[in-house]
Design a binder for this molecule. Sequence first.
Ligand SMILES: Cc1ncc(COP(=O)(O)O)c(C=O)c1O
Length: 405
Amino acid sequence: MIDQNKIREQFPILNQKINGYDLIYFDNGATSQKPLTVIDSISNYYKNSNSNIHRGVHTLSRTATELFEKSRKTIANYFNVKNDQQIIFTAGTTDSINLVANGLAKNYLKRGDEIILSTYEHHSNILPWQLWAEENGGKLKVIPLLEDQSLDYVSLEKLISDKTKLIAITQVSNTLGLITDLEKIKSIAQKNNIPVLLDGAQSAPHMAIDLQKLDVDFFVCSAHKMYGPTGIGLLYLSEKWLKELPVSKPGGGTIKTVTFEKTEYAEGALRFEPGTPHIAGAVGFAAAIDFINEVGIQKIFDHEDELVQYAQLKMTEIPEVIVYGKSAHKAGVISFNVKGQHPFDVGTLLDKYGIAVRTGHHCTQPLMQCLTIQGTVRISFAIYNTKQEIDFFIEKLKKVITMLS
Ligand SMILES: Cc1ncc(COP(=O)(O)O)c(C=O)c1O
């Protein structure tokens, strides 16, 4: 059992009224709140250790470098990565996917090649590939959904051809909350020798992730969805791609030697980290990992799973509510609509009761097109959410339905 009061005390932002009601923050899929330890780690960094990293002989620079590289180690350990150089600091999931796409475009992806995505990808895992495809006569192929809105894994086999160069897929759908069956994807990918990019933006906040066991080629996630700061995330590269992914974003810090004729790039993570990185962000990211470790990721998953099952059951009992991707196999997210009502109206009225939800297409317009809807209302949970909050939400949702009808 988790001590809910003790956890909530660490998130001062939760202790406020919105429109006269206690804030209920159900928008964790967009970004989670930050515990005091994360806020303090960033503040302490700027108070005591701020300096530019690498290539500095003075004490403060060495301290900042140590903190930055220690953060990389903390994060690599958490994800069970063999070599911490396989963890590259980026601005977040979107930045990481762009780094892979631009790198692969240099010497791996060839004219007319094909990339497989799923119907429920976030735009961040569509647009970089689409841009490449448009410029190179490439093709995107899409794993369709079944009737229950889960992925049609059987059809994946049929999508594969000798031109398939990558499967880029999310581990958890940010709109439906459904967990992708990675074993099925991997077994097909491995049989056909196709690399896999796994978008962990919505899985890393909720589930244990062991990157040696997952054994994918690329893994990406954002700190801000896992109790850390905005503007920092990671790109994990398998050992093979750490050696083979071309540099696509050069700059100070990525090099070994430079002449006007030729540059020799550094090896390891620095090769992909141009310019002054988000040092305080890396420190805050590591503090967020420490927070997750302290609570225990399995406890976080179990608690949020209980909330999802509880809320999903209560919502399906309301006849006016349509829940999308109804399944027991979900992580932290429920999307729904009220029949005949626009999601913005539902979200705006819930805000009047202090309940923060997200409304719209959730950066998954192709999924919306597949479901033939404009958008949904999405509630998404974190470790500090409670069943009492769900009870209050259900009570007010019923009130909102009455008001709108
Ligand atoms: C599945 C998924 N992928 C990618 C992203 C983009 O993440 P970021 O905005 O942190 O780059 C998100 C953000 O919501 C997401 O949910």
